[in-house]
Design a binder for this molecule. Structure first.
Ligand code: SF4
Length: 628
């Protein structure tokens, strides 16, 4: 087989043994790689209905089809487990060298079963697997752990995916980090800790064989050239942080725990401000000619020395959404999250929820007592120093940090019970995953895209904000087209997540990001890599299958139609200022939107998947288990 090894590595932490599973080419044609293959490996290997922290919840890596080839932005892998935040599929992506090392070690996927008794560091050295003690790595941050492992082996070719202290302490929104990139959002770090797994290191020494190297190389050169032009300028020059002012202008910038969509100090936390005052360099994932990571440094003040890469989603969560207008505090907060291995978006939204609890009198200053705040914290919106201390308390599960470490959904349940309050109405999550940086009250297509999302409140998996924001739909109203628009948007995104390729390349094939602009080129890249004969429709099916796979996993784990919901605030509390003021997504609107979305997917009224549809997609065994 070209492009793949045809082999999945299984590792059992209970028995400390491993074995190899061979998959036929037909399996790869359906599940391709990235999030689809990772979700499929979860489907095949999970103990159905298990708790995410149970040893029966596997860790599933699935490599990218283009990892280790010259194809730009194709150096990525998918990672999936049942998520401790959402109790459904937790599928993430991460880029860079780890995926290339895995490809060179000739593993298309790795499944880690069971749980270790002692902290362990797995080394995959081509076909050899070693179980190394990890005690000496405990307590080290994500970057430090990778550095220490390189020191131990004295080999720069060894690439590691690791967890930091946030993972070790099972913060429910802990990440897995490799090469400074995060497989984020759904709490992989906490699942790793439940298995006492600190790190997975890989050394690969083989080459990658493709079917048509000449075509692949020529296309890669052309796409690389195009990626240096206007199609990626926004990402290369400022990064996505330029969205701060655009979203603010539209009244969509999450502000003070999503109470409003306009932040009066947006200029002070904008991408432009970051560029002028803090940017020190731009870096890239391996195999990427775009380079969008704007490394920003705090040069003076209480947070001097903080340095990290900042993009829009993290920035809005820790600045406007916490009412913080101090860019140095925002950089420090993201820096803390990245070094400890914690999702900066979920952390920011959890802190903004705590701030609202404080401002509305449910939580008091003394509730925030900790080592660095013996008297407690006046946690008003805008208190950057308080937010930094609270972030550290979350990592260490210190005081109220232990409750907030569970994420907004569980934290609100706990606080409401203890204080006889209704703070769940301010807990901005969908299926337990904290919401992204686009207020959905006046993005009606995106609203349904988020509500039905298989991993919860995720902009990246839905992509339905695009037509609303670009004016292709009337963002304030609903009509019968929205179900289809939301369905096709998530399937579009799923193609990139399955190859996987970074979506920032989407205009670089022909100048147009739509299916007609990108799918023929992607089909050609797949064919040159594998020798297959994919066309436009086959590429389109990649997205349909990927999304269906994840949905099927959720159904089998107990998903119900009522789970496709929005936070209370977006349904009942309109904003009071700005261009989006006065809008909500009513229960009636959401019910209608879900109905037309399920119709567009070809599902039943209850959102279940008909058997024949699964069979048509080549998912016969799944049809048997969950098809109706
Ligand atoms: S554009 Fe940015 S996120 Fe995408 S692959 Fe390149 S560096 Fe990574």
């Amino acid at each position: 087989m070209y492009g793949y090894s045809g082999k999945i590595l299984h590792i059992d932490l209970n028995e400390r043994k491993h074995w190899v599973e061979e998959k036929p080419e037909s399996w790869y044609k359906v599940y391709i790689g990235g999030v689809a293959m990772a979700a499929r490996l979860c489907w095949e290997n999970i103990e159905v209905g298990c708790d995410p922290y149970d040893p029966g919840n596997p860790i599933c890596f699935a490599n990218g089809i283009f990892a280790g080839t010259p194809v730009p932005v194709g150096g990525k892998y998918g990672l999936a487990s049942k998520s401790p935040l959402t109790n459904v599929i937790g599928d993430s992506l991460s880029g860079s060298w780890f995926s290339i090392a895995l490809k060179r070690a000739q593993w298309d996927g790795v499944v880690i079963h069971g749980a270790s008794e002692d902290w362990v560091h797995i080394l995959i050295d081509d076909e050899r697997v070693e179980y190394l003690p990890a005690e000496k790595l405990l307590g080290l941050g994500t970057y430090e752990t990778e550095e220490e492992i390189r020191e131990i082996f004295g080999d720069d070719q060894i690439r590691s995916a690791t967890i930091g202290p946030a993972g070790e302490n099972q913060i429910r929104f802990a990440n897995v980090t490799n090469d400074g990139r995060q497989a984020g959002r759904t709490g992989h770090g906490a699942v790793w800790a439940s298995k006492k797994l600190k790190a997975v290191s890989v050394r690969g020494t083989h080459g990658v064989t493709v079917a048509d190297p000449e075509t692949l190389l020529q296309m890669s050169f052309d796409i690389t050239e195009s990626s240096q032009g206007p199609h990626t300028e926004k990402y290369r020059i400022y990064g996505t942080s330029t969205n701060m002012l655009n979203m603010n202008k539209m009244g969509l910038l999450p502000t003070r725990n999503y109470q409003e969509g306009v932040f009066e100090f947006a200029e002070l936390v904008s991408g432009e401000y970051l560029d002028e005052h803090h940017k020190v360099k731009v870096i890239a994932c391996a195999q990427c000619p775009i380079a969008c990571e704007q490394m920003s440094l705090v040069k003076k003040g209480p947070f001097a020395g903080a340095m990290t890469g900042i993009e829009y989603e993290c920035l809005q969560a820790v600045s406007s959404n916490c009412g913080i207008d101090d860019m140095t505090a925002a950089i420090r907060l993201v820096d803390i999250a990245d070094r400890s291995g914690m999702d900066a978006m979920s952390m920011g939204v959890t802190i903004s929820y705590a701030m609202e609890c404080f401002e509305k009198g449910v939580l008091k200053k003394e509730d925030f007592k900790g080592e660095k705040a013996p008297e407690g914290i006046e946690l008003n919106f805008g208190n950057g120093e308080g937010a930094v201390i609270l972030a550290e308390m979350i990592i260490n599960r210190e005081g109220i940090g232990a409750i907030l470490a569970e994420g907004t959904r569980i934290a609100a349940e706990h606080i409401d019970q203890e204080y006889d309050a209704e703070t769940w109405k301010w807990a901005m999550n969908i299926k337990g995953l904290e919401c992204p940086g686009y207020d959905a009250r006046s993005l009606k297509t995106f609203a349904v895209g988020l509500a039905v999302g298989t991993r919860g409140g995720c902009h990246n998996r839905s992509a339905a904000y695009d037509p609303d924001i670009k004016g292709q739909t009337n963002r304030f109203t609903i009509d019968e087209t929205r179900g289809k628009v939301a369905a096709r948007s998530e399937e579009y995104a799923a193609v990139y997540d399955t190859l996987p390729m970074c979506k920032f390349i989407r205009r670089c094939f022909t100048g147009k990001a739509d299916r007609a602009g990108a799918w023929p080129a992607i089909a050609k890249l797949i064919n040159a890599t594998t020798g297959w004969n994919f066309d436009y429709d086959d590429v389109d099916l990649i997205g349909v299958r990927a999304h269906t796979m994840k949905k099927a996993f959720n159904i089998r784990e107990g998903w119900k139609e009522a789970d496709d919901d929005l936070p209370y605030r977006w349904k009942h509390d309109p904003m009071t200022i700005g261009p989006s003021a006065g809008h909500v997504v009513t229960d009636e609107e959401l019910k209608y939107l879900k109905k037309i979305y399920y119709e567009a997917k070809g599902w039943t009224e209850e959102g279940l998947i008909p058997k024949n549809l699964l069979v048509d997609l080549g998912m016969d065994d799944i049809a048997e288990e969950i098809g109706v």
